[in-house]
Design a protein around this ligand. Structure first.
Ligand code: ADP
Ligand code: MN
Length: 516
């Protein structure tokens, strides 16, 4: 269209100020702007708008009545911010991957290499990319781990006469500096300097130390920023993306809303969709347990996983994000064992990173009540007690597990029976504190049913013996616990003496070795 044409057409564009008719793109739409330019420019308003949008993107708790949390339809319309973040995430990753390729190409086999580190979009502390797609990695064997170099003994020198070497020796000092790099933050990549017998001069070491500290501070800032950006306790963008993918693939129909926000996890309800493979059936209703990636809550749970020999060797070498995935993985393995033993519990559907999908205990979006919230008749109460006694024995003998957080809070009443949930912290009886955990479980169960009026309920010590098959005779709690600890110690010694490998404790539930 030429400008003459526009000018000719302009009078038809309707009434409007003179400048409109001169506009080469025609008249603007007539939607009125309700606030003044000054308002729009105001920082205050901008902030409010952003907050509003963020709240829309990360609702804290989405009640089922407010409409679904994630569905197939709302994927591309729900929130521009969310969508932009998803795209940005993908873009950053691709950009960095490209950068890495270029870096590799330029450096080739050259001994001296150039790093593009500073140009990356995703800071290494913050990255969760590529190789992390694997749900977990087996790091039991680490071929790159070299022995520590020998350093000078306390007295400060080695050798005799002419061959004497003091602690100020350049070589020794250099090696020491290299070894000290291990004290840097775990995420700080120090490479294999020790294995190469690298000797760092004091000057270089100090510069590296300085760098490590500033990187650590940067990481802390990044972390803080991220926590604030995720509207408190709701799921973070990465998790949301994972959930989107599940709905997108058709595995889930809709995610309706949140049923529980705990300290360590958020649980959602979802309607199941179709499985990609024929042999797998997705339950009509699912529960999605999202383990929180805010790390601090998990610190006090270290002891459950650190001493679990199944995870022991992997624990020390993993970053915190991977440790959280191990919780999800642990819950999955434990649920599978229980399923195989026929214990009523949720059935595992799929595990993706820190997100575990399982069957929903309950109906029509209403979760089954916890044992603590349901008023059972005397008869049902008694029935529930015997069922639990039975399940605890099965758990111990057939699954080779101790629940370790068993109480009326983690047992649901559904279909006239008790269902066990929340088994991420469950351990094998031979765990260094396994028997103590079992005793605590027994105390919770006994107290609940004794208070609930079940006359037949065993006391915690009787219950402990009934479940474990041990015969601890102490008639008071203090002595009983002392005996438990003595047994644990004996078992630890056994492990020490017979090598670290507990191959006799296969995951198929071999009996423990206490009665040897
Ligand atoms: P937490 O570690 O936060 O206690 P839980 O596994 O106990 O995690 O889940 C929290 C709550 O979510 C439970 O008390 C229960 O009400 C609900 N819930 C968890 N899993 C299921 C499930 N499979 N079906 C129904 N409700 C569930
Ligand atoms: Mn729980």
């Amino acid at each position: 269209m030429d400008s003459v044409g526009v000018a000719a057409a302009a009078p038809d564009a309707g009434p409007g100020p003179a400048w409109q008719s001169k506009c080469p793109w025609g008249a603007p739409s007539t939607t009125s702007i309700s606030c003044s330019l000054a308002d729009v420019m105001s920082e205050q308003l901008a902030k409010e708008l952003q907050l509003e949008e963020e709240n829309a993107a990360f609702p804290e708790v989405v009640a089922a009545a407010e409409g679904p949390f994630i569905t197939g339809e709302n994927i591309d319309t729900s929130s521009d911010l969310m969508l932009a973040q998803m795209l940005q995430m993908e873009f950053d990753r691709e950009y960095d991957a490209q950068l890495r390729r270029e870096e590799k190409k330029i450096n080739g086999d050259s001994k001296v290499s150039i790093s593009f580190e500073n140009y990356r979009k995703v800071h290494p502390y913050d990255s969760d990319s590529s190789e992390d797609e694997v749900d977990w990695q087996d790091t039991r064997h680490d071929p790159y781990r070299a022995d520590k170099p020998t350093t000078t003994p306390r007295r400060g020198f080695i050798g005799k006469g002419k061959d004497i070497t003091t602690k100020h020796d350049e070589v020794v000092c250099g090696r020491k500096n290299t070894a000290r790099m291990e004290n840097f933050a775990p995420e700080f990549q120090v490479g294999d300097g020790i294995g190469m017998d690298l000797k760092l001069s004091n000057q270089v070491f100090n510069a590296l130390k300085q760098h490590a500290y500033s990187e650590e501070r940067r990481s802390a800032r990044l972390h803080e920023k991220k926590e604030h950006s995720t509207a408190e306790k709701a799921v973070d963008p990465k998790t949301r993306l994972l959930l989107y993918k599940m709905v997108n693939s058709g595995m889930l129909e809709t995610i309706t809303g949140c049923i529980s926000t705990g300290k360590e996890s958020v649980v959602f309800h979802a309607y199941g969709g179709k499985s990609a493979t024929e042999d797998k059936v997705i339950p009509p209703e699912c529960a999605i347990k999202v383990f929180k990636t805010t790390l601090n809550e998990f610190k006090n749970r270290d002891k459950y996983i650190k001493d679990d020999y199944r995870f022991k060797d992997r624990f020390s070498k993993l970053n915190p994000r991977k440790i959280i995935r191990m919780w999800a993985e642990k819950e999955m393995h434990n649920l599978t064992r229980m399923q195989n033993a026929g214990i009523p519990c949720p059935q595992v559907v799929i595990l993706k990173k820190h997100v575990l999908v399982m069957s929903f205990i309950g109906q029509d979006q209403v979760p089954a009540p916890k044992l603590k919230d349901v008023a059972l008749s005397n008869e049902d109460m008694k029935k529930a007690y015997y069922q639990i006694l039975n399940m605890m024995q099965q758990l111990y003998r057939e699954c080779n597990l101790v629940h370790a957080d068993l109480s009326e809070y983690n047992m649901l009443w559904h279909d006239g029976k008790v269902w066990l949930i929340d088994v991420s912290q469950s351990v094998e009886p031979t765990h260094p504190h396994g028997l103590e955990f079992l005793f605590r479980d027994c105390r919770n169960v006994s107290q609940f049913f004794q208070k609930g009026g079940v006359a037949e309920a065993l006391n915690e010590r009787e219950l402990f013996n009934a479940v474990s098959g041990l015969n601890i005779t102490a008639d008071n709690e203090v002595d009983f616990q002392a005996e438990i600890e003595a047994l644990e110690k004996m078992n630890e010694d056994h492990v020490q003496n017979h090598g670290k490998k507990l191959s006799t404790f296969s995951s198929d539930g071999d009996p423990p070795i206490y009665d040897e």
